[in-house]
Design a protein around this ligand. Sequence first.
Ligand code: NAD
Length: 501
Amino acid sequence: MAQTLDIYIDGQFRQSDCADSVPVVNPATQELLVNAPLTTTAEIDLAVASARKAFLQWRTVPASERVRMMMTYQMLLKERQDDIATILSQETGKIFADAKGEVWRGIEVAEQACNIPSLMMGETAENVAREINTYSYLQPLGVCVGITPFNFPAMIPLWMFPLAIACGNAFILKPSEQDPMTPNKLVELFYESGFPKDIIQLVHGGKDQVDDLITHEQVKAISFVGSVQVGQHVYRLGTDKLKRVQCLTGAKNHLVVMPDADKEQAISGLVGSAVGAAGQRCMANSVAVFVGESRQWITDLRDALAAATPGPWNGEASAYGPQISRRAKDRILGYIEKGKEEGATCLLDGSECSVEDYPDGNWVGPTLFTDIDVAMAIYTDEIFGPVLLAVQVDSLQQAIELINDSPYGNGTSIFTASGGAARKFQHEVEAGQVGINVPIPVPLPFFSFTGWKNSFYGDQHAYGKQAVRFYTETKTITSRWFRTDSAADSTSEPNMTIKLR
Ligand code: NAD
């Protein structure tokens, strides 16, 4: 019988007292790996209380000392990158190279958190009024919560807690119940790095646990990454409870191919970004927009896609892995069927995909549709699978208008040899992250991850300087010291106005 995964609360890894759990299976075989416990409300209360207590000490630890622990942590993450990626591959099905890449992109944020003393510096101004100085500090908030999705069980938690904790906060992580083993490893290594106990707590579960956390009186800020529907719920409930909330949500990203683009680069960028990770990326390109004569390349795109076939995480020929669950696979197959019913042409159909020796895997082969109408469900909805739509337009202007009409705005890219076209595109397109001859423009962590429209709810984005703002409160101090040498400069008359003097 598979074991039930530990939670980490009140200073230790331990079994939850809950009666229920969620099975976590290897998506290539359906083998039961572990059960994810549905943490009880009493345990969540204890997690928040211990985090709050830990915060009161942690906020007094000098930033340079906090950073030293974070430096050990990022070093340990690097040393154990392969171990983390192996666990990650087993529970998500992600091919090993992609899993390692994901861990690396999380490590980069932990590296950035080592820069926190400079990032947390406030502002100063001398003599703002006679003999009065003003200066500001960034101070941590208290207990912050992170709720993360299944598709990046290492990178997305690492987008959140290293920066929040380096800022001086305590953190409670509630990762996806579909792949909870990787986050347990991240927290285990965190405590191996020498951090005091209770700075991070780890609870498992789903909706009930999320609702308990985001409505908890002692929770100050909530970072969420996941689907639009759940993100809207978290944003509404969290802000209703007057919390600070940032929600990074779903997407439908377009990649524009201009007729002057480097054809091989454009096609290879489309294949990797559309079906890589089985299309389970919020920055996947699921719509290719062919401008003018570039439409002739659609047949080459189909052939290149057909060669990218799924397989097990450690298979040498695997271009990508299975979908995370049977439910996710069935949902994608439903969309492929619907696309055909609605009249789109299916140039490549991955619905009957099978992989030798893995008859039970959640496989979906690469799929390509043309003859798309923007009212079709395959165009309006995020499919989150290896399904690419090829749309044809006559001009760059039409491509930009198509993208700007989309309710999503996570990312978009253009492949072109023209600086003028690229300049127009980057200036006019309504999406938060733009790639120019770069298919997946996910910024490195000295910038922030800046989705727009229905791909983000909140004000301050994830990682980068915006995350430091999100995880801190600014305190502005106005100060005067009375001089003993020259009483003539100051007056002790009451100041009956608001003017500083
Ligand atoms: P999801 O919304 O189903 O789950 C996200 C988290 O919310 C999980 O921890 C889950 O346990 C919890 N949750 C699920 N249902 C809930 C409910 N009803 N109430 C409260 N909490 C609930 O998302 P997912 O399927 O795990 O992840 C895929 C989605 O995440 C896609 O839409 C993808 O685009 C999005 N995503 C966005 C970004 C981004 O940066 N914008 C990054 C990664 C993934």
